[in-house]
Design a protein around this ligand. Sequence first.
Ligand code: OGA
Ligand code: MN
Length: 193
Amino acid sequence: MVAELLARGWTLIDDFLPPSELRLWRDWALAQRACLTPARVGRERRLDPALRGDRTLWIDNLGEVEGGAPLAARFEQLRLCLNRDCLLGLDTLELHLACYPPGGHYAPHHDRVRDDDTRMLSCVLYLNEAWMADDGGELQLFESDDPHGEASSVQPLGGRLALFLAEGRLHEVRASRRERWSLTGWFRRRTSV
Ligand code: OGA
Ligand code: MN
């Protein structure tokens, strides 16, 4: 996994959440529905539904969510492993719950906003049950900055963690036919002083 992440800039861990925990997180996610607010884009945090259609809820402390300790521990284990093997200097994890309504998408974008290069690694943990190929909602990881160019396509399968190096990686969420749930986050490096 580490070798693949370094060589091509992205990798997948398909069983990051075992099925019993997937059910728990899915139930938790559905129970947060009323707390979700339209996601914002860019440094100015503006609303732009044509660019981005998901609704999100920021999670301050994953370990404090009921039943959340094992997942928090797994993210911490991942952080330590990546720091040891990739020297990425990952420090904190910022995380939000995200729900795309049917037809919602996120146009091609980068995860680093201007003037802030502390987001090192993007992590998306999918919470969908029985996702089918024709449900859509793929994460498209472009090979270059050309949104019409070559891309790898990742299906948002429940329990799957998609990881990609944030720097310079153009990516997109394609519209899906069903509601599409994920826990999406970024490992940041420490800001230099
Ligand atoms: C994001 C994003 C990818 C996904 O929220 O910035 O690119 O597959 N998400 O949900
Ligand atoms: Mn993104």
